[in-house]
Design a protein around this ligand. Structure first.
Ligand code: ZN
Length: 582
């Protein structure tokens, strides 16, 4: 009887251990990624077994109506972000499945969470938060849409329920997924962020490539630690694990032997957004043509190493983050866009496959191929210097009319400190007029993106604001988010994404036969404008020859013209003005 009970006990235990294998591990060929339903069934089992150290949190909703699930592991069972801060512990946030066709992180995280718990490997000073599956919508749309990829055999689709690429959605936040992400990020306030991906592009020998926040765009203290300490350590440890890495491969010409360019993640990307919060950020990119199991194991190893180094450097990372936050509060000038400096490069050792051209079986014309029987190791150029092309001096504060409620909502979600005007007030602010801009001819991720924005700056412009309008002081750790979104020339500013498009239309004009007489009368009473018109005519023959143009000139320089046309509605308060604030 005793023996029988023991046997039952062992088989129950075995059954439980069996139940903890991930669907990827259970698959015979290891060429399988868990479905959303399988992911959601898996984690609660771990919670049941290790209720003290793993907890699931649901945030908001995604576009498909299901909440975003965060899996948090904490050695001492503290799951309150404020308490974790008090304990001076670090927080790592790991995102998975933003592109569900690149699902390595989903499967690797399921294994890693289990192993951290089961093997009692939870770090003392680091709490790790995993987004189980970010693009749930895309994941449910399972198929074989990444035709150039070697496994898994089925996976989710890149677009979400609204067909958005969620890794372009962080600033504009069209998706509810992005809003839920912001809630997670600003609740847990991680020190380190990782987004797991798989790449497209050239063929080469590495299973994994790595994007680290581009050093010239990163806060200098964090950039120095990332470039000199954290990244080299991760490269070294991955090498030891059998997964030698190289920076993400974006060839400057057709193939990598021409040189590769460091990726510039602007704020629309996850890591371009997290860097605005002074968070050390990485993107892993496994290589599409490597077997799926290798890609999953490489992602697993990377996450484990990242956790280990963060545990080793926990105190240092915490101090750096604090100092970076302080420096950003004081920082006066902010870069809004960057350009690659093609004159500067390092030489790095690169393990590729020889590229060549041969006649296409389809067209008979030359096609590119990589010859895997001809691996090479070469020194190639690595371009990793970016120069700011546009910068802005921060004002004392921005004044945002409450009418722009999406911005207010996003700022609130991002914990931007805001005050409200107590009364209707006319303020002398620096105001931008949009002098020129270019717009893409086709929509990009749901918007007609603007670029090449030119501004006319008017100082001491007296603008009426109303009770409840928002004042945002620029003495905040989150200054980069504030300034890069509110300055219209920012590459991913709210203006660039079309948030202010209603300001770009004129609302009134005139009937020329009526305004002719009004304008004539006005010129008689304002000889200075007549003088101005005459001067302009002598400089500009086109104006001199066009009656309509002269009439328009008078109109635009008269009080009849609407001064809100092309006026960027967010005011820049340059001096420390005493304001009555709520
Ligand atoms: Zn991706």
């Amino acid at each position: 009887m005793k023996k029988m009970l023991l046997l039952i006990g062992i088989s129950l235990l075995a059954g439980r251990l069996q139940a903890q294998l991930t669907p990827f591990e259970q698959s015979k060929d290891k060429n399988y990624t868990a479905t959303y339903a399988e992911v959601m069934a898996y984690y609660p089992k771990l919670v049941k077994q290790y209720p003290q150290q793993v907890k699931l949190f649901n945030y908001g909703s995604t576009d498909v109506g299901k909440p975003l699930t965060l899996v948090v592991v904490s050695k001492d069972g503290v799951f309150d972000p404020a308490k974790i801060k008090q304990q001076n512990k670090r927080v790592i946030l790991i995102n998975n499945g933003i592109h569900p066709g690149e699902p390595e992180g989903i499967d690797a995280s399921m294994m890693l969470v289990r192993d951290l718990l089961q093997k009692k490997k939870l770090p003392n000073d680091v709490v790790v938060c995993f987004i189980a599956l970010y693009n749930i919508d895309g994941s449910l749309n399972r198929g074989i849409s990444r035709v150039s990829q070697n496994g898994p055999r089925a996976y989710g689709f890149r677009g979400n329920y609204r067909n958005l690429d969620l890794n372009r959605d962080f600033i504009k936040a069209d998706s509810r997924n992005a809003l839920a992400f912001m809630q997670i990020l600003n609740t847990w306030q991680p020190d380190v962020f990782l987004d797991n991906h798989a790449s497209n592009g050239a063929d080469y020998q590495y299973v994994m490539t790595l994007i680290e926040t581009q050093k010239d765009k990163q806060q200098p203290l964090l950039a120095e630690y990332t470039a000199k300490t954290l990244s080299p350590e991760l490269y070294k440890r991955m090498d030891k694990s059998g997964y030698e890495m190289i920076p993400y491969v974006e060839s400057i010409k057709r193939t990598p032997d021409s040189g590769i360019v460091a990726f510039l993640e602007t704020p629309r990307f996850s890591t371009g957004y997290t860097v605005q919060h002074n968070i050390i950020s990485y993107v892993t990119e496994t290589h599409m043509l490597k077997p799926y199991d290798k890609k999953v194991y490489a992602t697993y190893e990377f996450m484990q190493h990242l956790i280990d180094v963060c545990q080793r450097d926990a105190r240092q990372i915490g101090e750096l983050k604090q100092r970076a936050d302080e420096q950003v509060k004081q920082q006066k000038t902010f870069a809004l866009n960057w350009d690659l400096d093609e004159q500067k490069f390092d030489m790095i050792s690169f393990k590729g496959y020889q590229a060549g051209y041969k006649p296409s079986g389809i067209s008979g014309l030359n096609r590119l191929y990589y010859d895997r029987s001809k691996p090479y190791t070469k020194e190639i150029k690595y371009y990793n210097t970016y120069k700011p092309t546009i910068t802005a001096e921060k004002p004392m504060a921005y004044v945002i009319p409450q009418a722009w409620s999406k911005i207010i909502d996003l700022f609130r979600l991002n914990k931007v400190a805001m005050r409200q005007l107590k009364h209707d007030t006319t303020l002398a602010v620096q105001t931008y007029y949009i002098a020129d801009y270019k717009t893409g001819t086709r929509p990009y991720e749901g918007h007609y993106l603007h670029n090449n924005v030119k501004l006319n700056t008017i100082n001491n412009n007296r603008v009426k604001f109303y009770e409840g309008d928002y004042v945002v002081y620029t003495n905040q750790a989150i200054n980069r988010y504030i300034i890069e979104t509110l300055e219209p020339q920012g590459v991913d500013s709210f203006f660039a994404w079309g948030f202010f498009d209603s300001m770009l239309n004129q609302k009134e004009h005139y009937s020329d036969y009526v305004f002719e007489d009004v304008a004539f009368d006005y010129l008689k009473k304002h000889p200075e404008l007549q003088q101005q018109l005459d001067n302009e005519k002598s400089k500009n023959p086109q104006l001199a020859q066009s009656g309509a143009a002269q009439l328009e000139y008078v109109y635009r320089n008269s009080p009849f013209y609407e001064n809100t046309y092309m006026r960027y509605p967010v005011g820049r308060l340059l001096t420390d003005t005493k304001l009555d604030l709520q």
